[in-house]
Every structure is written in C-alpha cells, then in structure tokens.
Design a protein around this ligand. Structure first.
Ligand code: HEM
Length: 515
C-alpha cells in the first residue's frame, strides 16, 4: 500500500463519499431524487439519463481493429458533439458537472465513467466495478455511435467494431435504456411534441420506471405493455430497440427478465463499456474502499518554532471508541508526548450508498485535535492505535510501514487571499534550512488548448531575509491560479512536496483574507 496516492485516493473518494460529511459533488446530480435535472425541472429529463448516455456515446467510437477511440473524453470536442449521431445537449450538460472536477489526478474520461457509475448505482442499479486511469484524447475520434434509423445488421457490425457481440449488444442497449427516454426536440420524427407542463421536452420514457435502473425495459417489452418509443413508435424506421431486442428471437431479453440476471449482466457490460479505452491506456486495479483512510493530512507552519499537524481519518463502517494518533520525530524517535486522541463529532458521518450493501453502512470521520509539533523535532511518520467498541485493539500503520510525512516544506498560516490587483493567493511557506534546496517551485494545474489539465511550474526566488526560526526559513510566492497547487523543493538527493486540493474538493484550500 502506498500513502498518499493522490490518484487512487481521489477516485476512491468520488466513488464512496457519496452522502453526508465530506461528500463529493457528483451524487448531487441524483439528489434529492433520480429525476433531478439541473437544466430545467419540468423538462421530463434527468441528469442520470444524460450521464449514462454520455458515457456510451463517448465510448462508442471505439475501433477494436486498431484499438483507437473508446472512453477518452473526446466527446468534449465541439466537432464531435455537433455530429448527427450526438444530437441533443446531453453531452454538454454532463460535462457541466464533470469539467470542474478535473485536475492532474482526475481525468475528464475517468469523470465520465464515474458519472455513469454514480447514476446507475444511486438510481437502483447494480454495483459496477470501477477502475481508474483513463486518459483524455487530444483530438476527436472518428464517428461511430449507432443511430436508430440504421438496420440491425449495421448495429451488429457497429457493436462488433466496439468490441461487443450481438448478445452483448442486446444486453448493453437494454441496460442503457433502463433509464430515460426519447425527446421530441432531438427526435421529432419519433416522439410527438408534449403539452404536459411537467414534461416540456416531450421525453417519452423507455419503460414505466424511467428514473429507476431496473429490468422493466425487458419485462414490459416481453409482456407487450412497453411504451418504448424505439419499440412501438409510429415510425417503424426508427424502431431500433425492437429490431435489436428481437434479433435473437428474444432469447437474451427473456434472460434479462430475471431481475438477478439483469443486474449481473448490466454490471458486467457497463464495466466493460467504461473499460473500453484506447490502445496504450493502462487502467488501475478495481478500486475498493480504503477501510482506514487518512485524508487531507498536512503540516502548517504557525511561527514561533511550532508546526500544526492537521488532518482527518475516515473509518469504514465501524464505531471505534478511541482512535489515537502517534508520531515519530524527524530522528525516528517516538517521545512520550507524541500522541493525541482524535475527535469524533457525531455529525461527521458519511454514507457510501453502495448497491446490495446494508443501508446502515456508515462511515465515521475522526479529526486531528489541535496538535502542535516542536519544529526543532519535526515529524517523519505517524500511525494510529484504534480501540474498537468491544475493547479490542488494532494498530493502523499501513502494514507496519507507518504513514510517512515530510517536514521539509509546508505552508504557513500567514498565507492569505487578496482581491487587490486581481485575485491572488499570497503564499508563505517554510522550508527547512539544512536541506540545501537546488530548486524551489510550485506546480499548478492549467489547461492545454484541448482542455486537458497539465502541470505548469513556477520557480520561486529565494527570500531576501533568510533568517531561520527553529531551523526553517520563510519563502514567498504569489499565485494567481491556486485551485490545486503543490509546493515543491528539490535537493540533490530527493524531492519533497505538499499539495493543496482543488476548491471543488471538501479538502480544498481555504485561506484567510489578507489584512
Ligand atoms: C443501437 C444502439 C443505440 C441506439 C440506436 C440508441 C438510440 C437512442 C435514442 C434515439 C435516444 C433518445 C435520445 C434523446 O432523445 O435525447 C436514446 C436515449 C438514451 N440512450 Fe440510447 N441508443 C443505443 C444504445 C445505447 C446504449 C448502449 C446506452 C448505454 C449503455 C444508451 C443509453 C441511453 C440513455 C440513458 C438514453 C436516455 C437519454 C434521455 O432520457 O435523455 N443507449 N438512445
């Protein structure tokens, strides 16, 4: 295990911190209910439907022959969105939610995949194994999303090009069309206009539970009660779901009428859909919950030879009676005073909202108390002693290694936010005098001309006043972009850094106003 792992830690939080304390923002798209639509409450549309459709349309450009295309966020390019195969504003809408989350450890393509998983899992669907590591494309992909006027032979060929058999095509379309419907605006020759004030877009649902991920798409199709406009629509040219669902004489649809089979099929096929990525992209292992997770741990120089140690721990589905933080000084010694009992505010609980798990699964957050370290002694490593409710004890130390923490470079509490001469952050930070820096700089996220986050570095000139206090010298840099920034010091032997998260994270950096 490695800690911290900014990439995995961030994806894990987005997957499992869904509601409650420190919750991430994607699930808000499904709150309070799965019929939520940010862009107009009475349109009859839903964010959930847009997010599922967006992930598919981004993936559907995949070509298994040369392993090009796939889930790579190429849908963000205007020239892809304006293709007839991508009619409607679902993609623009979906990106409105995801683009602000993107930073150097969180690609837009991972965000598209996560949004689909979030929608399906919160709206009644199965758990979908999630891997991270998708890479955003630098240019649009070739067209390739199936359209309803095509023949079933064309659809079979299209799905084969995407890497799915005929049976898998039937399954994937049924799973995708479990939520949402067809709108008049996008498909005027499929769906008539609506005068329903609750459904101004004329969204005609695929099944009677259009905001619930369930197998009615299959059962209603089989029992003849379906209202799916791509099955019983008046314009038979556009009845692609009918042609697809019946293409194996309903064998697959009859199987999907079994709720358990529907869930397992959709879990498997939707996972494969989002794991369809361009050649060269290496996905991570499946991301499982981190059962004991230190979060936002960082040091703050508070002056007077003192360093504040701050952070929180998320404890998965258990209720320890006591969590004690211990640390070793820079020299590796654990002096008797080097421990502190973490605090648990009863409101600091969160809910991962995972399908097929007990609804009383609750995570508890413990925060570091006001803990001041002597700057002359510093810190190198920390761990926890956990006492469970029944009295049993456990050490949380990353399997013996402990959690390493560098005390070479840290932000100062004199850092402040200013709105004079444009918004900027006046960053003060402390660097240990004895380490002989070869380069001190900051890394910030900027976008390249395709909207991908790239790291930009800014070198920092040494301070004119280099008087050390308790072995630390104060440096200064002014940042006009500070959504996500890292302070870095290189030495001949090693690099040390400390990172402050984006403002869209609950651990985003917040600073007092400059005097
Ligand atoms: C042959 C393959 C497919 C065809 C021809 C097709 C066609 C369509 C059409 C015409 C719409 C209406 C869009 C609108 O009015 O805005 C739609 C909606 C939708 N599709 Fe598909 N689709 C296919 C496969 C899939 C797959 C594989 C998925 C996901 C796994 C998917 C997910 C969705 C969702 C969630 C909606 C609802 C959007 C909303 O309610 O706004 N589709 N599809």
């Amino acid at each position: 295990a490695r800690w911290p792992n900014p990439h995995i830690d961030e994806l894990e939080s987005n997957l499992y911190d869904r509601r409650g304390y420190n919750a991430r923002t994607l699930p808000i798209g499904m709150a309070p209910n799965c019929d939520r639509f940010l862009f107009g409450p009475n349109t009859g549309r839903s964010n959930a439907a847009d997010w599922i459709r967006a992930a598919y349309h981004d993936m559907a450009t995949y070509n298994i022959a040369d392993r090009s295309g796939g889930l790579d966020a190429s849908i963000r390019f205007e020239s892809e969105q304006t293709r007839p195969e991508n009619v409607g504003d679902a993609f623009k809408n979906t990106l409105t939610f995801i683009t602000p989350l993107v930073h150097r450890h969180f690609s837009l393509a991972d965000g598209l995949a996560l949004a689909m998983v979030t929608a399906v899992e919160i709206c009644g669907g199965p758990k979908i194994p999630f891997r991270g590591g998708r890479v955003d494309a630098l240019k649009p992909n070739s067209p390739g999303v199936p359209e309803p006027q095509q023949t079933v032979e064309e659809h079979i060929a299209s799905f084969a090009r995407q890497g799915f058999s005929k049976k898998e095509m039937i399954g994937l379309v049924a799973c995708g069309h479990s939520i949402g419907g067809v709108q008049h605006e996008a498909f005027p020759d499929v769906v008539p206009p609506s005068d329903d004030p609750q459904n101004t877009s004329g969204n005609s649902k695929f099944d009677s539970t259009g905001t619930l991920f369930d197998n009615r798409i299959a059962t209603e199709y089989l029992d003849g009660t379906t209202t799916n406009p791509l099955v019983v629509g008046h314009n038979s040219t556009m009845n692609s779901d009918l042609r697809i669902f019946s293409s194996d004489r309903n064998v697959t649809m009859r199987n999907l009428a079994n709720p358990a089979a529907f869930r397992s099929t959709c879990s498997e096929l939707l996972a494969r859909m989002i794991d369809t990525v361009p050649r060269g992209v290496v996905l991570t292992d499946i991301i499982h919950p981190i059962k004991f997770k230190p979060v936002g741990v960082h040091l703050v120089w508070v002056g007077g030879g003192k360093i504040a140690l701050k952070g929180e721990v998320r404890v998965w589905n258990s209720e320890p009676s006591k969590v004690v933080l211990n640390w070793k000084a820079r020299d590796g010694r654990h002096a008797s005073g080097n421990s502190a009992t973490l605090l648990h505010d009863l409101t600091h609980i969160s809910y991962p909202v995972i399908p097929d798990t007990p609804s009383d699964l609750v995570n508890r957050w413990f925060s570091f108390p006001e803990t001041l370290l002597n700057a002359n002694h510093g810190i190198s490593n920390f761990w926890f002693d956990v006492t469970n409710a029944e009295g049993s004890k456990k050490v949380e130390n990353l399997g013996g290694a402990g959690y390493n923490l560098q005390d070479v470079i840290m932000i100062s509490n004199t850092t402040c936010l200013s709105f004079t001469n444009g918004t900027h952050l006046d960053v003060e930070f402390a660097v240990r005098e004895t380490i002989k820096p070869t380069r001190v700089y900051t890394k910030i996220d900027i976008s390249d001309d395709t909207g991908r986050p790239i790291i930009h570095t800014i070198d920092i000139t040494p301070p004119s006043d280099s008087t050390a206090v308790a072995g630390y010298i104060l440096w200064h840099v002014t940042l006009t972009q500070f959504d996500h920034f890292t302070l870095v010091v290189d030495t001949d032997l090693r690099t040390f850094e400390t990172t402050f998260f984006s403002a869209n994270s609950p651990f985003g950096y917040s600073s007092p106003m400059c005097p």
